[in-house]
Design a protein around this ligand. Structure first.
Ligand code: NAP
Length: 244
């Protein structure tokens, strides 16, 4: 039985590209959104137009109760893979601008949320008796540090890398593979949301391939990691960053 792909942050960007590609590859999708139901509905329509089913769930991953509710809403017998993708950046800031409120929210979404989503997904996989696979969406920022932009965001992604290694070790004996992708500069709205709509134009010259990547290029790597073509790949951090 083909596993359904459960995608957090499926209403935009990389998560939306994963949903569309999963459907094109013949897989059903459950996608969550936080603030953009219209975006989620548009993605779900594309999935359905590709002949697959799409279920939309609202889930702010900064709220543990909403994570539990989202997983409680799915049929316990449905085998799933997880794309642990929801994430945010902050406005450009140096260390002086990293307030306790900003740090709490950044870590609540990008780290605590991602870990609790993985916890709920593993419980679901164990409950339904079919091992699934997990891809955590990290960032090249975990390697680069993002000085003078958002070192707090980079630190959250460093945490995701380490979490990926440990979770992969814990789950390997159960046949569940856990990997991360580390996208570089990717064409999505996240840059504008962080107050830098021209970020890709400004920084693309620093990429050895001299261009930003597309959300679909990241999605292709994620779907490959979830597939049987990657059957012996676990505990790996895959850079999708044009050489940066
Ligand atoms: P995006 O276009 O801004 O999409 C972000 C997605 O995450 C949206 O679906 C959004 O949902 C969801 N989201 C945001 N806050 C959430 C919350 N509190 N709870 C649940 N969902 C939430 O960003 P993207 O570029 O596709 O980023 C996706 C992932 O890739 C993130 O983890 C990001 O850190 C990582 N990444 C991106 C890049 C890049 O250059 N784009 C590079 C490296 C890593 P709503 O719109 O419904 O609120």
């Amino acid at each position: 039985m083909t596993r359904t792909v459960f995608i957090t942050g499926g209403s935009a960007g990389i998560g939306a590209a994963c949903a569309r590609l999963a459907a094109a590859q013949g897989r059903d999708v459950i996608l969550t959104y936080n603030s953009d139901p219209t975006g989620a509905e548009a993605v779900a329509r594309d999935v359905e137009n590709a002949g697959r089913t799409a279920r939309i769930l609202r889930c702010d991953v900064a709220d543990p109760a909403q994570i539990d509710a989202a997983f409680a809403a799915i049929d316990p017998g449905t085998p799933i893979d997880l794309v642990n993708n929801a994430g945010i950046v902050g406005q450009t800031a140096t260390i002086a601008g990293l307030t306790p409120e900003r740090l709490s929210h950044m870590f609540a979404v990008n780290v605590v949320g991602a870990i609790l989503v993985a916890r709920a997904a593993v419980a679901h996989m164990r409950g339904c008796g079919t091992p699934g696979h997990i891809v955590n969406v990290s960032s090249a920022a975990a390697r680069l540090g993002s000085a003078n932009q958002y070192i707090d965001y980079a630190a959250t992604k460093g945490a995701i890398d380490t979490f990926t290694l440990g979770l992969a070790d814990e789950l390997a004996p159960e046949g569940m593979r856990v990997n991360a992708v580390r996208p570089g500069l990717i064409e999505t709205d996240i840059h504008a949301k962080g107050g830098e709509p021209d970020r890709l134009e400004r920084l693309s010259h620093m990429v050895p391939m001299r261009r930003a990547g597309s959300a679909e290029e990241v999605a292709r790597t994620i779907l490959w990691l979830l597939s049987e073509d990657a059957s012996y790949v676990t505990r790996t951090l895959v850079d999708v960053a044009g050489g940066r």
